[in-house]
Design a protein around this ligand. Structure first.
Ligand code: GLA
Length: 410
């Protein structure tokens, strides 16, 4: 080809590069139009994954009512594979953990009407030291697609071989797109390189922090492992501009039902993640959860806040010492609000419809999303909030609205 013949190809390449680098643009794969909901093995099971665990978890997701509440993805994290690639350079599922391979597990999960997720890393190894996908993107993506994988969490461990973050993550984006299979693409680089600036053009979601741990507060600096619920929350306050349908900030998987969290702390964690339009990826043992934990994970009124796009994710309205007010506009003109008590004693927290941005009206309807009760108000919104807990409301301008379809209210 001479230069004239090459010109259209060069212009096209320049346009594609500009698109890929434009932070305002979202990855256009049509997926994750609402924040993904599901489960991931890591927070509870770490490397102890198997086909039996994944299949029993899929069963539990259905039996517990989680599937009916919107949970779809059953995601295998690290350690599903052997430490060496196979003779053709392919990834090999560990036969002791996945005796029939990954496709059989995908088929099982799909028969339940659920979807399967898997894990790899944009480096030479995964974080647990298994082979990474850097330099093998096309082969690995094609293999995931053949197996019927629907979601990829793509981590940041191993040697990066001198490549930049956007280069490494875009290589897998392109490899996934080339398979033709719809695969949600979850970028996991721990907030290292301000992914909210470049990841919307590359992935459907991007981790914003170091790993979560099931503690209220760890007092670790931001870039240190591990991060408690409040530590992660405080790092989200500046990021609410970055997300939109198809492209979500990911403050990490849920710890509801895990570790040292009390029921009030679990409710606070779940409420706050919903307000942030976070992916709701449960991280507990679904096979053996208490009724309280199940009720938290399946609270449809709170889930409805997570799944609604009212123009921006939740943001912090105000912080006063140990109390926070967070709000999120909903698409029907209501506003979701959280009164958070970070501290060690109970406290009365007050805000107003005006402060959280509800359209002015003579009277307001205030619905309590945990008590499933509602009352009318002159605009004042207040609650006595116990230690390490939230009150969560949805506020409409005007009299009681018609029951919200699918919000689980009763
Ligand atoms: C990193 C990720 C975790 C998990 C582990 C697996 O730490 O951030 O979420 O995937 O790797 O090794």
């Amino acid at each position: 080809m001479n230069t004239r013949q090459k010109l259209p190809a060069i212009i096209l390449a320049m346009m594609l590069t500009a698109l890929a680098c434009s932070p305002a643009r979202a990855l256009d794969n049509g997926l994750a139009r609402t924040p993904p909901m599901g489960w991931n093995s890591w927070n509870t099971f770490h490397c102890d994954v198997s086909a039996a665990l994944v299949e029993a978890t899929a069963d539990a997701m259905v039996a517990s009512g989680m599937q009916a509440a919107g949970y779809t993805y059953v995601n295998i994290d690290d350690c599903w594979l052997l430490k060496q690639r196979g003779p053709h350079g392919e990834l090999v599922p560990d036969p002791a953990k996945f005796p029939q391979g990954i496709k059989a597990v995908a088929d099982y999960v799909h028969r339940k009407g659920l979807k399967l997720g898997i894990y790899e890393s944009a480096g030479t190894t995964t974080c647990a030291g298994y082979p990474g996908s850097l330099g093998h993107e096309k082969q690995d993506a094609a293999q995931f697609a053949r197996w019927g994988v629907d979601y990829l969490k793509y981590d940041n461990c191993g040697d990066h071989l001198g490549k930049t973050y956007p280069q490494r993550y875009a290589a897998m984006r392109d490899a996934l797109a080339a398979t033709g299979r719809p695969i949600v693409y979850s970028i996991c680089e721990w907030g290292n390189e301000s992914p909210w600036r470049w990841a919307p053009a590359i992935g459907n979601l991007w981790r914003t922090t170091q790993d979560i741990t099931p503690r209220w507060h760890t007092d670790q600096p931001d870039n240190h492992y591990p991060q408690g619920i409040l530590d992660i929350l405080d790092q989200q306050a500046a990021l609410s501009h970055a997300s939109h349908p198809g492209a979500w900030n990911d403050p990490d998987m849920l710890e509801v039902g895990n570790g040292y969290l009390t029921d009030d702390e679990d409710r606070a964690h779940f409420s706050l993640w919903a307000l942030l339009n976070a992916p709701l990826i449960a991280g507990n043992d679904l096979r053996h959860m208490s009724n309280d934990v199940r009720a938290i994970l399946t609270n449809r009124e709170v889930i409805a806040v997570d799944q609604d796009w009212g123009g921006r994710q939740g943001y912090r309205v105000r912080r006063d010492g140990d109390t926070d007010i967070w709000a999120k506009p909903m698409s029907d003109g209501s506003v979701a609000v959280i009164l958070l008590n970070r501290g060690r004693g109970p406290v009365k927290i007050t805000t107003t419809a005006r402060e959280i941005g509800v359209k002015a009206a003579g009277t307001y309807t205030v619905r309590n999303l945990w008590k499933h009760s509602q009352a009318s108000s002159d605009g004042r919104i207040e609650a006595n909030v116990p230690t390490h807990a939230v009150a969560m409301f949805r506020v409409w301008p005007g009299p009681h609205p018609a029951k919200q379809k699918g919000d689980g209210s009763n």
